[in-house]
Design a binder for this molecule. Structure first.
Ligand code: R2B
Length: 366
């Protein structure tokens, strides 16, 4: 197939601070009148419109616990109000209908606002979404399929709310290619796990399968945001590097890890793979970056991927640090984004931690 035969989806122009998240699917309606249901979040466009109108930032990561902790930290250190989903369904009506979940959510929401504890908004079976001030913190689960679902529904809700100038950050963990554990990789572009396929189209695109066909979607993160985050890491002495990030479709097989159920490949095969990736300035691999750059890129939303390296795939393939060390490493990625938010809000960060007593109360209530 010659290059001109590829379907290439171009990045959209970056939206300005007063421009709303664009709606690209006219079947769902026009801005100001979008009729949609975020199926996995169990929220309608009408609910989203009232909840998310003022959203400016979205911070996402794999685990729901980490999303809660980031929201908790952001609320505390940036002094952001906790926003819950507190439509009182009434105790009597809840008992009569035999479903107390709405009423329980109302109580939790009211309580959360009093004790500074973020509370999930919407359905929680698949994802946990918190809102503190103008910030959404949400988990996307593990893998490309999971983040694609989350992003589609989230972006539709933000478009329905006509949220303006929204910026998106993925913070997470990753395996490093010749990069030491504890280093934060600030992604310049995402790659598929077959980088030679990405190279078939010039200009920073990555192949994604859509309706059985390979399409090329934007792979670059936003230059200005990336360089601001790099300056932040530099000035705060957070160990970091900038480079490419492979988003794998699998955790064990994709890298011929030595700690999976199969061990079909020699270590040299995996090493040759890592080395050829390193030749393209690829620094790490995780499992989500391509769908973020693809979706945010097409919509013109400023976006960044900031992942801490937990293990260097070149030297050892099992994650053999203590949970405390790993927690410290992954916090570094969070810190970069937290500092960015503080700078944008003009907040001087003296203490970046939530006091232990508050954390204790929250863990008892949650
Ligand atoms: C990083 O960590 C998860 C696997 O442990 C996955 O979501 C990723 O990208």
């Amino acid at each position: 197939m010659s290059p001109e035969e590829f379907i290439v989806r171009e990045p959209g122009p970056l939206i300005g601070p007063d421009e709303a998240v664009p709606m690209m699917n006219s079947l769902l309606g026009i801005p100001g009148d979008i009729q949609a249901i975020a199926y996995h979040f169990k929220l309608s466009s009408e609910e989203a419109a009232t909840l998310f109108e003022d959203v400016k930032y979205v911070v996402m990561g794999g685990s729901s616990k980490r999303a809660f902790k980031f929201a908790q930290r952001a609320a505390h250190v940036l002094d952001l109000p906790i926003e819950g989903y507190s439509q009182n369904p009434g105790l009597r009506a809840s008992i009569q209908s035999g479903d107390l979940s709405g009423y329980k959510r109302f109580i939790k929401s009211e309580l959360g606002q009093k004790i500074g504890m973020p509370v999930e908004i919407g359905g929680t079976e698949r994802y946990s979404l918190f809102k503190v001030g103008d910030l959404i913190v949400v988990n996307h689960g593990m893998g490309l399929g999971s983040i694609e679902i989350m992003l589609n529904e989230l972006v539709i809700m933000l478009a329905a709310a006509e949220a303006k100038g929204v910026e998106m950050f993925r913070i997470g963990t990753s395996g490093g290619f010749g990069v030491d554990p504890g280093t934060v990789v600030i992604t310049d572009r995402a790659w598929s796990e077959q980088p030679e396929e990405d190279l078939k189209v010039n200009g920073g695109y990555t192949p994604l399968v859509v309706c059985g066909q390979r399409e090329y979607w934007p792979a670059r993160t936003t230059d200005s945001l990336r360089s601001t985050l790099t300056d932040i890491a530099e000035s705060r002495s957070i160990p970091h590097t900038v480079g490419g990030t492979i988003a794998k479709g699998s955790f064990y097989a994709g890298e011929a890890r030595m700690d999976g159920i199969f061990h079909d490949h020699k270590h040299e095969t995996a090493e040759a793979y890592f080395r050829s990736a390193m030749g393209l300035c690829i620094k790490n691999s995780e499992m989500e970056a391509t769908w973020l750059t693809a979706i945010a890129g097409r919509l013109g939303l400023r976006h960044a991927v900031v992942c801490a390296v937990l293990d260097n795939c070149m030297t050892h393939q099992s994650i053999d640090f203590t949970p405390e060390q790993l927690g410290k490493f992954s916090k570094r990625a969070e810190d970069v984004v937290l500092h960015y938010l503080a700078d944008r809000k003009g907040v001087a960060l003296s203490n970046m931690e939530v006091p232990w007593a508050r954390r204790l109360i929250h863990s008892l209530v949650r």
